[in-house]
Ligand binder design. Sequence first.
Ligand code: ADP
Ligand code: MG
Length: 696
Amino acid sequence: MKNVSTLFGSMVFNDSAMKERLPKDTYKALKKTIESGKYLDDSIADVVANAMKDWAIEKGATHFTHWFQPLTGITAEKHDSFISPKDGGSNIIMEFSGKELIKGEPDASSFPSGGLRATFEARGYTAWDPTSYAFIKDGILCIPTAFCSYSGEALDKKTPLLRSMDAINKQALRILKLFGIDDAAKVTATMGPEQEYFLIKSDDYAKRKDLIYTGRTLFGAKPPKGQELDDHYFGTIKPQVLAFMDDLNEELWKLGILAKTQHNEVAPAQHELAPIFTDSNIATDHNQLSMEMLKKVAVKHDLACLMHEKPFAGINGSGKHNNWSLSTNTGVNLLDPGSSPMENAQFILFLTAIIKAVDEYQDLLRISIASAGNDHRLGANEAPPAIISIFLGEELGAVIDAIDAGAEYNQKDKEHMTIDVDVLPKFPKDNTDRNRTSPFAFTGNKFEFRAVGSAASIAGPNTVLNTIVAEILKEFADKLEGSANFTEDLNALVKETIAKHKRIVFNGNNYAEEWVVEAEKRGLLNLKSTVEALPYFISEKNIELFTKHGVYSESEMHSRYEINLESYCKILNIEALTMVEMATKEILPAVLDYVSDLGKTAAQKKAVSASISCEVEEKLLGKLSKLADNLYAKVGELESKLASTESESTRAEAEYYRNTVIPAMEELRIVADELETVVGKKYWPYPTYGEILFYN
Ligand code: ADP
Ligand code: MG
C-alpha cells in the first residue's frame, strides 16, 4: 500500500519545500512576491534558484525547463542541463542561476503569434510565474512561466488568465468593501475541471491513421451496440483501466494535483477524472499536466487516451465541466448564499452581476469554447447547445422572479424579498443540479460551465469568465460606492438588472427543439459553429472590455482571432487529407481485394459447373462495384474542393472549410461507412467501432 500523504507533492517545490530549504528572509520575500502576484526580485532569485536546483538534483533531475502554454493550447518545454564546465572543461559543476530561473529566451519564431511577431520583436521570452510552483516531471525541473514578446505582448494563454484574475480580484474587493468586509485582502477565481476521456487499446489506435493524425475517427459504421443500454455510466471499472487509474493518480499526486474522483462515463470506453478545485491559474497548469499524464500513463498500460471532443460519431463525445467560483483569501466562497441577510445580499449582488455578464457577453463565452472538435459536440443532444444560457434551479429561479416582480416570495413566513434585510430561503444544494443540459449552471455554491471541450485549455474560458464578471462588478461598484442609501440603491440596482437580463436564465431542457425557438424569441445568440462565432471576438464592445481591464491589448485580440481561425482551417485540412489517404490507400484496395476474391470464387464455381448458383457473388460484386465507384468519385470531389481553399482572408478560408469541405468529407464518409458494413471482416483495414469500444 502506498503512502499517499508522503507521495503527495513530493515532486513539487511547494511551500513546505521552500520553507525547509530557503533562508528565512528569502522565504519571506518569496512568499510576499507570490501573494502579491508580482515578479521576483533579482536579489533573492539566486538564492531561490540554488535551493531549487539542489532540491531537484536530490530528486534525480539533471535538466530544467521554462514550461509554458503557447497559443497551440498545449504546453511547451525546451530542456537545458544544469551542467557548467570547470577546470578548463575537464570537470563540471551543476549550476542554476537566478537569471535562468526568472527569464528564458526560447526561439519564439515557431510558435503561433497571429501576426504579433511581425509587428513587434521576433524573439520572445519566458518569465517565471511564482504563483505556480516549480515541479519535476520526467527528471526535468519545470518552471511554470508566462510567454511574452519583447514588447510585452502575451504570446501565451497563461498571461491573459493571470491578468483576468487581477481584474476580478480588484473589482470583487471593491464590492466586498461595500458590504463592510475589510479583512479580505484578495479574491481569487477558483476552478475545478472535470476531465472526460476515452481509453482504447493501443493496438487499435496504431491501426488507424485517423486517430493518429487527427485524434478522432473519420470513418466508422455504427456498431450493433452503442450506449443505448446505459450500462457504462458509473459501471464497474475494468481491471486494466483501474490499473491505469491507480498509476495515473500516483503520478498526479506526486505533482501535487488533487486528483479526487474517477468513474466510467456515459459512452463505452469513456471515463472521467475530477480534481479538487484550486486557484484558476494553478488549476489550468494542473489540467494541462493531467492531460499530458493521461496520455503518457495510458501508453504504459498498452492503452491510448483520446481527449478529442468527438472521437466516435454517434457516441457521446467528451467535455470538461469548468466549475468556477470566487473565494477570498480568508476562505469565504462568494457564491455560497450564506445564512445572514448581509451574506445573502452580497450573494445576490454577485449573482446578479454574473447574470448580466453572461447575458451581455454570450458571444465571448461561446467563443471561449469554440473549436473544430467541439463543433461536433455542442447541440448534438449530448452537450449543451451553442446557445448560452444560465440555469439557476427552481428555488433560486423563484427568488430572482420575486425580485423581478417586486412580488412576495411565498416560502414559509417570508413575504417580501428585500435584499440586505431578508434571509434567502434555504435551498438544498442537491436541488440545484438536476438539469444536466444547461451550458452554465448554478450548482449550489459555484457555476459549472459545461460546454467546454475536453481537449481545450481551460485558460481561455476562465479568462473570459473572470473578465466579464469583473466588468459588471466594476459597473456595480462605480454606482454603489457613492450611495447615500445603500439598501435602497442596492435593491434598485439588482431589480433593474434582473429585469433587463433575465432572458438569459432558462431552467428548462436545453436539448429541446422548442428552446432554440424560444431563445431566438428572447434575442439570444445561436452561433452554431466556430466559424460563425469567432468574428464576434474582435467586435468593438469586446475590444473595449478586454483593453479596459488590461487583459488583452487590441493587437493581442487580433492575433488570437487569426490563430483560432487558422487553426480551424489547419485541423480541417489535416482531417480531409487523412480521409483522402485512408480512402485511397487502404479502403479502396481492401474493397478491391474482396471484389477480386468474389470474382475468383464465382469463376471457380462456374468452372466446376455452369449450373452452380453464383447469385451471392454476383449481387455482392454489383453492390461493391457501385459503392467502390462512388467512393472513388467522392474522393475526387473532396480532393478538388481541397485544391481551392485559398481565400482572400483567413475568415473566408474558414468559411470555405465549413461550407464546402466539411460536406464533401461527410459525403465521402457515408459511402465508406456503407462499404464497411458490406466488406468481409478479414478485408477491412481497421478495427471497427464495436471492436474498439468493447474491449476487455
Ligand atoms: P458534481 O459536479 O458531480 O456535482 P462536485 O460538486 O463534487 O461534483 O464538484 C465537481 C467539481 O467542482 C470538482 O472538481 C470540485 O472540486 C469543483 N468545485 C467544487 N467547489 C468549487 C468551487 N468553490 N470553485 C470551483 N470549483 C469547485
Ligand atoms: Mg459536474
